[in-house]
Design a binder for this molecule. Structure first.
Ligand code: SAM
Length: 266
């Protein structure tokens, strides 16, 4: 069981993403528990203010630290010591992850590492110009970015993290082995897929997939994966773990041998 506590100003945003398909089934079957907490509920004062103008000017609004600290304390049932949450983390309290475009890049190896390491994660979704720096300094134990672009809030980032981790929990997908071949799992992009009909509007499928020869099909899938990665993301090949046969195949591509069945440039 993997538990997510998500702190957000917009909990309603998660309804659709978490109530359909794989995530919904994973929740119903007890693989994941997702608790949404409205940061506004933890803001002190009659008006429950969660943001304020930045010191020193600069425009925009900044999320205040108190509601976020109070929310984490209430959710985890613990007081954060003056030196910060890191002390609690060392005592076994869960990671507190701030979604931010300034964080380390979230990717498939990191998702796999997180799902094997943690049973409980707290995700903080920022809004506006971002959160008061003291949240990063004295509360967050990690900062994740879902890509080099800026979103309006951390909610979509939190959905991405929950989705990517949930489908890696053993038992969540019908075929656990499927995730091992997914793009980015082995440092490569996945091979192309086809399903019925074998011919659609005059477009067929590669003959090998109709041959019934499983060993050759396996080789084809690997080679397609390599060719596709070379064509689209050659940078990945620098760190992918490749066999001698893979290297031979890639070299043969460089010498004008068959590349992908489907052209990559549209
Ligand atoms: N002013 C901030 C900056 O330049 O770093 C960006 C603030 S952004 C408009 C508001 C919030 O959206 C952030 O606090 C963060 O929680 C979330 N966010 C935006 N882009 C993100 C990304 N690429 N990954 C994760 N969270 C992101």
């Amino acid at each position: 069981m993997l538990k997510f506590d998500i702190l957000t100003l917009f909990p309603e945003m998660f309804a659709g993403a978490f109530s359909e398909s794989i995530i919904n089934r994973a929740r119903e079957r007890g693989f994941v528990e997702i608790a949404l907490h409205n940061i506004r509920d933890y803001a002190p004062g009659k008006h429950r203010v969660t943001d304020d103008t930045p010191y020193g000017g600069g425009g925009g609004m900044i999320m205040k630290p108190e509601p976020i600290f109070y929310a984490v304390e209430a959710v985890l049932g613990v007081d954060i010591p003056p030196e910060g949450y890191a002390t609690l983390r060392r005592q076994g309290y869960p990671p507190v992850i701030l979604l931010t475009p300034q964080g380390r890049l979230f990717n498939q190896p990191l998702a796999r590492q997180m799902v094997t390491t943690h049973q409980h994660l707290v995700l903080i979704c920022g809004r506006y110009e971002g959160v008061d720096e003291r949240v990063r300094q004295f509360l967050a134990t990690d900062e994740l970015s879902i890509g080099d672009y800026v979103l309006s809030g951390g909610e979509i980032g939190a959905m991405v993290v929950v989705d990517a981790l949930t489908r890696l929990i053993p038992g969540v997908l019908g075929d656990d082995a499927a995730t091992a071949k997914d793009s980015h799992s082995e440092g490569l992009l996945e091979h192309p897929h086809y399903t019925r009909p074998a011919e659609f509007r005059g477009h067929g499928i590669p003959d090998i997939l109709l041959s019934g020869h499983h060993a050759n099909q396996q080789v084809w899938r690997r080679q397609q994966s390599l060719a596709r990665t070379l064509a689209r993301r050659p940078d990945l090949l620098e760190t992918a773990s490749l066999t001698d046969a893979d290297h031979d195949f890639l070299r043969s591509l460089g010498q004008g041998s068959p590349v992908e069945q489907q052209p990559d440039s549209k």
